[in-house]
Design a protein around this ligand. Sequence first.
Ligand code: ADP
Ligand code: MG
Ligand code: MG
Length: 257
Amino acid sequence: TPLLEIKNLHVRLEDDPDVEILHGVDLKIMPGEVHSIMGPNGSGKSTLSQVLAGKEDYEITEGEILFNGEDLSEMGADERANAGVFLAFQYPVEIPGVSSMQFLKAAVNAKRDFEGKEELDAGSLLKHFRAKAEQINVPFEMLKRNVNEGFSGGEKKRFEIFQMAVLDSVLGILDESDSGLDIDALRIVSDGVNSMRDGNRSFLLITHYQRLLDYIEPDHVHILVKGQIIKSGGKELATELEKTGYAPYGVNEAFAV
Ligand code: ADP
Ligand code: MG
Ligand code: MG
């Protein structure tokens, strides 16, 4: 079974039902696959990621989203996380007074609780964190600081990827459309994603620019324009876009690299 299956997804604004943003999106991600959705500004990329995160501003009027065959849209945000969906952008920017370590301990044990497993004690958690920190290249010192407080752009990215690793999420959804990643942050994200690719874990990379895909080789690339996937292909589609921009798809937009 597909890990994620989006079928004929129609989404409109909750507040303004006349405005439909996604007009029948189909997407199937098998375990271990890395998919990328690319598209010009305003095509609906962030809307799709917010709908996957369960944001209330949007209403699904048609179609469905299945995660491991189960209706994702019926699940709350915590439930999605516990089921193994990691949405990088869903987390609060800063959590004052909560250390990264405390935050992660709570998240890991909440997930274990959900899975009917026993909670890990402090020693086992620490061991787990150390192993993942080594894998993702996270300085352990960072975990003593409050969540995202005073983190640089690169540190925020490092912490995001680290969260996904310690939670052993099976689907990582990253929306890098508007975040203007510098080269360091790009490397952190791509090294993290690449180190987690293992034939089972899948990723959905939502990105405006082709740049990220210089570092992460996607199995499938989809072009989203005006709320519809108008073309799908392999990684060569991203290379092609880098040359042509979105002009062949009727979009006049400079394609900065
Ligand atoms: P992208 O991430 O591809 O740039 P978005 O999903 O942010 O595109 O936006 C797609 C379209 O939907 C845009 O026209 C945008 O203005 C509109 N839109 C998205 N979310 C909202 C919202 N909460 N309220 C009003 N319009 C929205
Ligand atoms: Mg936008
Ligand atoms: Mg966006």
